[in-house]
Each structure stands twice: as structure tokens, then as C-alpha cells.
Design a binder for this molecule. Structure first.
Ligand code: NAP
Ligand code: ZN
Length: 352
């Protein structure tokens, strides 16, 4: 297979900084789309993978799964997009397309496992997949999203992961006018959850550890902010929420939030991967038919639905644009929750 060597930013080990490296991209196959990357959002998952927080990172790691760019070439059978179109790529670049999940537009739950945009085996090149911290990407058209031209393309990039990851549970649990939704953590996912839940007509509460974020949360659309470390404030919202979206990336006590669910309410974990500590107390769950669930990103059709909803409602991410060369500092700031509310890389800085 023919390949092209392009510039990317990646890391060779969990403790090394990210730096410029060369990677190979395949030439377009009949159903492929080649994309010149304009912007790439910076997700906390990029940091987890670069630093092997979850285990399983194969180096070099080239993160980035919130990609917006322009189509520069298409394969002979491509019908979805044409050269010059503004498009996006999120967290998946492949799946089996035949299993029960894929047939139901749930490629994220492909029964043989979807292929992540980075750090998954690349069936074409035999390497790992390399993500959007790069000049170009080549992706099967099925996994390419149409990006509405009426939105700021840089601020759309985070919708491809932070947006769909919060949209999918909002839709699955049928959030609508009058629903009571809470969001835990005001970062990339959290700020999109607020905007999207609000867009769907819900009343929205933010749980945060950080009182300084209260003002921003209200501007983003939150009706109420509860400081999660304040017991009296926590008590004031007991039994209130139909759905809580928990975006916290590290182990934390989920129990105090269960008490704030309404009867039959659900807390859906989208952040932390691993064993919960302290253990989950089933008493309030049993006495209130409450659920704890979890969710990963969203399907391609659902991602397009979310982008179209955002186009209609003028919803984009609040971003801070950075240069590719600033990524290591951006990761340190992300660890301190010092992001308002998503870093987006201007990829012109890599192409230089
Ligand atoms: P982020 O921008 O860093 O935001 C996380 C927020 O969580 C922080 O702003 C902070 O908000 C809160 N927080 C951080 N550390 C905490 C701690 N130790 N205890 C309590 N709260 C804490 O991260 P993100 O990009 O939104 O990603 C959030 C998580 O979702 C990551 O673990 C990421 O890997 C995961 N993720 C999952 C999916 C999926 O499909 N399920 C998709 C994308 C990302 P406050 O200051 O307001 O408390
Ligand atoms: Zn992500």
C-alpha cells in the first residue's frame, strides 16, 4: 500500500513530552476521504493515553480525536463528501459494520470493538492508528461527519468528542423540555453537557469542586451551581435529578450524588474508567429504583444529528486556541482544571 510521510506531534513514552515526529498516512482507497486538518481539540483522553493512565498505550502515541478539516482528496466510490467540504472526524475511524451494534448505528459498541482514531491497531498499515495532532488524516467515508458551515470550525472541533459523549446519554435517557439534569465537573465534557442539555430544554445544575467557576457556569447555561464539597448545598438538591452526567476523570466518591437523583433517576459515568472507591452503596439505589450506568462516545448517525442540532441552535464549544508546540503546557493546565473550556490546536502551527 502506498503511503505518505507527514508531520505529527506525538510521544515515545508515558513520561516524555510530545514532540514533532513523522508518521505514515495511507493513500486513499475507493471509499476513503483525505482531510487536511485545520483544528484539533484537546481531550482529557489524549492526556490519559499519552501518559498510559489506562494501560495499553503503544508508542509512539499521536493523540487527537476532535478533528475538523477540509477534504483534499476522495476515493473513486465516495459519495458522502466532495473535495473542499468542511468535515469532521471524531473518536472512531472503523468498526466491523456488520454486527448487531453496527447495524443499529451503534458503531461505538461494535461487538468486535471499534477502531479508535488513535492507539488502536490500524488494519491497513499494521501500525497503531495515529490521531489528529497531525497535518492530514485518511478515513473511510462512513466515519467522516459533515460540519455545518454556519459555525466557527475551530469551536466545532470539540463537538466531535466532548459534544457527542454528552449528547448520547442526554438522548438515550430522553432528556427534553422540563427534564432536570445535573452535570459533574466543568471541563470540556461538562461545559458541552450544560449547553446541550439546555438546548434540549432541560433545567441544568452543575456540581463543581471549584467555586470560581460558578459565574462561567451560569453564562454557559447552568440554572444552578452546587459546590460538591459543601454538605448543606448537596443536601439542598436531594431527590432532584432525572439524569446526572458524571465527567470526573479520576476515582471519586459517587455515593453523595446518588442521593440527589429523583426516584428512577440515573447517574451516567462518562469520565472515570476503573473500580469505584469507596464502594457503591446500593441502599439509596434500591430504595429509589436508581441506576448507575456508563456510556462511551456515540454512533456516527447520532454524531451527525448532534452537529445538525448545534448548527440549528448556534451551539459550539468555548475554546482557547493554542499552537501545536504548546501542547505539553496545555496538558499541565488541564491537570489543574485550568481550561476554559477546551483547548483547540490551530494546526497551521504544525504545518508552518
Ligand atoms: P477536563 O476538561 O479535564 O474536565 C474534567 C473536570 O472534572 C474538571 O474540569 C473538574 O471540574 C473535574 N475534576 C477533575 N479532577 C477531578 C477530581 N479528582 N475530582 C473531582 N472532580 C474533578 O476533562 P474532559 O476532557 O472533560 O474529560 C473528562 C473525562 O471524560 C476524562 O476522563 C476523559 O478521558 C473522559 N472521556 C470519556 C469519553 C467517553 O466516551 N466516555 C469521551 C471523552 C472523554 P470542576 O473543577 O468543575 O470540579
Ligand atoms: Zn475525547
Amino acid at each position: 500500500m502506498q503511503t505518505e510521510s507527514i508531520k505529527a506531534f506525538g510521544t515515545e513514552s508515558p513520561i516524555a513530552d510530545l514532540k514533532e515526529i513523522a508518521i505514515a498516512r495511507r493513500s486513499v482507497m475507493p471509499t476513503d476521504v483525505a482531510i487536511d486538518i485545520l483544528y484539533c481539540g484537546v481531550c482529557h483522553s489524549d492526556l490519559h493515553t499519552a501518559r498510559n493512565d489506562w494501560g495499553g498505550s503503544e508508542y509512539p502515541v499521536v493523540p487527537g480525536h476532535e478533528i475538523v478539516g477540509r477534504v483534499i482528496n476522495i476515493g473513486s466510490q465516495v459519495t458522502k463528501v466532495k473535495v473542499g467540504d468542511l468535515v469532521g472526524v471524531g473518536c472512531m475511524v472503523d468498526s466491523c459494520r456488520t454486527c448487531e451494534s453496527c447495524q443499529q448505528d451503534l458503531e461505538q459498541y461494535c461487538l468486535t470493538g471499534h477502531t479508535g482514531t488513535y492507539n488502536d491497531p490500524d488494519p491497513h498499515l499494521g501500525t497503531q492508528t495515529y490521531g489528529g495532532y497531525s497535518e492530514k488524516v485518511v478515513v473511510d467515508e462512513h466515519f467522516v461527519l459533515r460540519v455545518p458551515e454556519n459555525l466557527d470550525p475551530a469551536a466545532v472541533a470539540p463537538l466531535l468528542c466532548a459534544g457527542i459523549t454528552t449528547w448520547s446519554p442526554l438522548k438515550h435517557w430522553n432528556v427534553k423540555e422540563g427534564s432536570k439534569v445535573a452535570v459533574i465537573g466543568l471541563g470540556g465534557l461538562g461545559h458541552m453537557a450544560i449547553k446541550l442539555a439546555k438546548g434540549l430544554g432541560a433545567s441544568v445544575t452543575l456540581f463543581s469542586r471549584t467555586p470560581e467557576k460558578s459565574g462561567d457556569a451560569k453564562v454557559l447555561g447552568a440554572d444552578e451551581v452546587i459546590i460538591s464539597t459543601d454538605k448543606a448545598q448537596m443536601k439542598s438538591v436531594r431527590g432532584k435529578f432525572d439524569l446526572i452526567i458524571d465527567t470526573v476523570p479520576y476515582v471519586h466518591d459517587v455515593n453523595p450524588y446518588i442521593s440527589t437523583l429523583a426516584i428512577s433517576g440515573t447517574l451516567v459515568l462518562v469520565g472515570y474508567l476503573g473500580g469505584l472507591e469507596p464502594v457503591l452503596n446500593t441502599v439509596p439505589m434500591i430504595l429509589g429504583r436508581k441506576s448507575v450506568s456508563a456510556s462511551v462516545i456515540g454512533g456516527i448517525a447520532e454524531t451527525q444529528e448532534m452537529l445538525d442540532f448545534c448548527s440549528e441552535h448556534g451551539i459550539v464549544s468555548d475554546i482557547e486556541m493554542i499552537k501545536m508546540q504548546d501542547i505539553n503546557e496545555a496538558y499541565e493546565r488541564m491537570l489543574k482544571s485550568d481550561v476554559k473550556y477546551r483547548f483547540v490546536i490551530d494546526m497551521a502551527s504544525l504545518k508552518g
